[in-house]
Design a protein around this ligand. Structure first.
Ligand code: GLA
Length: 680
């Protein structure tokens, strides 16, 4: 985060106070005839919906022209929800400017890196650095906050919507000015900037701040330092915008303020480690991504990640889908029971609220084929029946609210590493940061190891094992923290392409991985990536892909070596004793089974407990003041049996020693004894 962002005080925090686990949705009544609003509220009560997000895209309704405000419809909706006992998650309505504003002030429109303007007609057509947009948006927020800030039904504020989903990176003249300001704050002098960006290369030396542009498209590749800083700037810029809305709201309201994050597989523009401390409760939107090989494992990752952003505290799932979305190339409908399993997987991993996009499936607009609680088919539908059943179960789970997940292992995640590692020119475009992170997480998940996702500067002392997948960029301070964790008895697994550059994206010289060479007891002279589709063997019989390197073990013990490929005969997996701990290294992308086997060895030697179950079962324990709850989510078609004792909440049955979890089902045991069931 820039120094300027640090200097601004955080808007004073308030607790999110909800009774039990929230169950809710986005509600867009402006898309419907007011005649059905009363029925909507009745149906919400039937389903157990108790937290509804409104006014998310309300700008053109409540402010239909310059200086014209009309809150009558919103007043009616708020009173209907209030009368129905439904709490409100009130949107500030600023997500998408109305056409009158973009017509009056076309300069607020965003510009992409080819220098062309993006026009209204979709959503989020605004530049995060535009003072004009900010002036109009904050004036609107003031109206909304003043009118409803003390309303008893308002339980939470929903700033804008998915900030940066489309408009995170803007390259307009206003953004250029703001970028220069941010750089001046970060570097203080142009010489310092030249040093950080390595501008001696390709005659890029700047002599004045005004010469600097956002990294617009060039004929060749762009300056990597400039690209990295533009990402940092863009994240800070939107965070500053969030804070400006929150500051207005706080003048009129004493309830919690948040915005919906997008911890998903495809959104990478915001460094949520810096955002998370600024929201009163961390909230995330998550949709299964069927472009991935393992969408359900990614759900677990995203949920654990959101909990990490919340520092382990409960968080809200602000949006998910009851069935298909509309924005992937192939929008897969959920199978019966999948909605329940997915929702409860989030609760298991720390969510204290499950909300959906959206209440009624739109009849018009580009999201008309997106699922909802009330589908186009109406309430005589399997989706609605499952929603009602889930709502009842969520209500019975109220006692879980506030409890926490306990993990013995952690995976380090860094946006700086993502931005720098996936740069334009890199050793292999088949190596991608998120793939490395997912591979590590999935292997741990499949082994039944509960994982926290933590930043590189986290206090690691509570963990028995820490995995650092592809941590390409690492600061000196963070590398030192990781080294002292190991010296003090911790265990790490570091994977290839980690520790290569410093915070200015400058290569650490003297042999890779410069930041971890001594810790790992290895020295790499050269990367030797593989072609896509190429598979190589290791001496152990394991196979691997994507990457090899010319590595020497200096003090590390060699556990496996490349049997063929460009690094044949060279160590591929090593382990180095360091202080009272150990540092393992893997110099390639092991195939799934081999990766799991390696992590099983590392976990065993670190003494990390494993749940039984296997790759398609989630077993997670939440522990709180009222005791502990064991969640078992069986994504397979086969029945599963494991040890547990207590009261099972889904069926209401007593469990005395053996818990049966039928294929496709969820069981949640209020444990009377917290034995480490079936530890492998
Ligand atoms: C996001 C947005 C919603 C909606 C959904 C569709 O989460 O916040 O407005 O567009 O995606 O999946």
């Amino acid at each position: 985060m820039s120094r300027a962002a640090h200097e601004k005080p955080r808007v004073s925090a308030r607790d999110f106070a909800h009774d039990g686990i929230a169950f809710g949705c986005d509600y867009n009544p402006e898309q419907w005839d007011p005649a059905i609003w009363t029925e909507d509220v009745e149906l919400m009560r039937t389903a157990g919906v108790d937290l509804v997000a409104i006014n998310i895209f309300g700008w053109s309704q409540i402010n239909p022209g310059l200086g014209v405000f009309d809150f009558s419809a919103l007043d009616t909706v708020i009173e209907l929800l209030h009368a129905g006992g439904i709490r409100i998650n009130l949107g500030t309505a600023t997500s998408s400017p109305p056409p009158w504003l973009t017509t009056l002030h076309p300069e607020i429109l965003p510009v992409t890196d080819d220098g062309t303007t993006r026009f209204p007609g979709g959503r989020q057509a605004w530049c995060p650095s535009s003072p004009v947009f900010r002036r109009y948006a904050l004036a609107l927020v003031e109206q909304v906050a003043e009118r409803y800030g003390a309303h008893p039904a308002v339980e939470l504020w929903h700033v804008s919507n998915e900030l940066g989903c489309h408009n995170a990176l803007c390259y307009c003249a206003e953004s250029a000015t703001a970028f220069r300001r941010w750089l001046e704050n970060r570097y203080g002098s142009i010489d310092e900037l030249n040093r950080a960006w390595g501008t001696s290369f390709w005659s890029q030396r700047y002599s004045a701040w005004d010469e600097i542009l956002p990294p617009l498209q060039t004929l060749s590749s762009r300056n990597p330092g400039q690209m990295l800083d533009f990402h940092r700037f863009s994240s800070d810029e939107l965070l500053d915008y969030y804070r400006s809305e929150a500051a207005v709201i706080r003048r009129f309201s004493e309830v919690a303020i948040t915005t919906n994050f997008m911890v998903t597989s495809h959104i990478r523009n915001l460094d949520y480690w810096s955002w998370a401390p600024e929201v009163d409760i961390v909230a995330n939107d998550h949709y299964l991504d069927h472009r991935l090989e393992e969408p359900t494992a990614e759900l677990a990752f995203a949920a654990d990640f959101t909990r990490g952003l919340a520092g382990g505290a409960p968080w809200l799932l602000m949006e998910t889908a009851t069935s298909a979305v509309n924005w992937q190339p192939h929008n897969i409908a959920k199978t019966p029971g999948e909605l329940t399993r997915n929702a409860l997987a989030h609760v298991a991993r720390g969510a204290d609220g499950i909300c959906f996009f959206q209440w009624r499936a739109s009849a018009q607009g580009s999201e008309k084929f997106h699922s909802a609680l009330v589908p186009h088919a109406g309430t005589d539908s399997a989706v609605w029946r499952e929603v009602v059943e889930l709502g009842g179960l969520i209500e019975r789970l109220g006692e879980v609210a506030g409890s926490r997940v306990v993990a013995e292992a952690a995976v380090v995640f860094s946006w700086d590493a993502w931005w720098a590692g996936d740069g334009e020119n890199r050793p292999s475009h088949s190596v991608a940061y998120l793939d490395q992170v997912h591979a590590a997480y999935n292997a741990l998940h499949d082994l039944g190891i509960t994982v926290d996702i933590v930043p590189p500067d986290a206090d690691l002392s509570a963990y028995k094992l820490v995995v650092l997948p592809g941590l390409h960029l690492v600061t000196d301070a963070d590398a030192a923290g990781i080294e002292s964790y190991v010296a003090g008895g911790g265990h790490v697994l570091i994977t290839f392409y980690s520790g290569i550059v410093d915070e200015d994206d400058r290569v650490r010289l003297g042999g890779y991985p410069g930041a971890f060479r001594d810790l790992l007891g290895i020295r790499v002279e050269e990367f030797a990536p593989l072609l896509p589709g190429q598979s190589i063997g290791l001496a152990s019989g394991a196979s691997a892909r994507l990457w090899t390197e010319r590595l020497q073990a200096t003090s590390a013990e060699v556990l496996d070596s490349f049997a063929d490929g460009p690094a044949a005969g060279i160590p591929a997996v090593t382990r180095n004793a360091h202080g009272s701990g150990s540092a393992w290294y893997v110099a390639t992308m092991l195939e799934d089974g081999a990766y799991r086997n390696l992590l099983a060895d590392v976990a065993r030697s670190a003494g990390v407990a494993r749940h039984p179950g296997g790759e398609d079962v989630d077993i997670v324990r939440r522990v709180g003041d009222t005791g502990s709850h064991l969640f078992v989510i069986n994504h397979t078609a086969d029945d599963l049996e494991l040890q547990a004792t207590g009261e099972e909440i889904v069926t209401g049955a007593s469990v005395t020693g053996t818990l049966l979890v039928p294929g496709g089902s969820v069981r949640i045991v209020r444990e009377s004894t917290t034995t480490q069931e079936g530890t492998a």
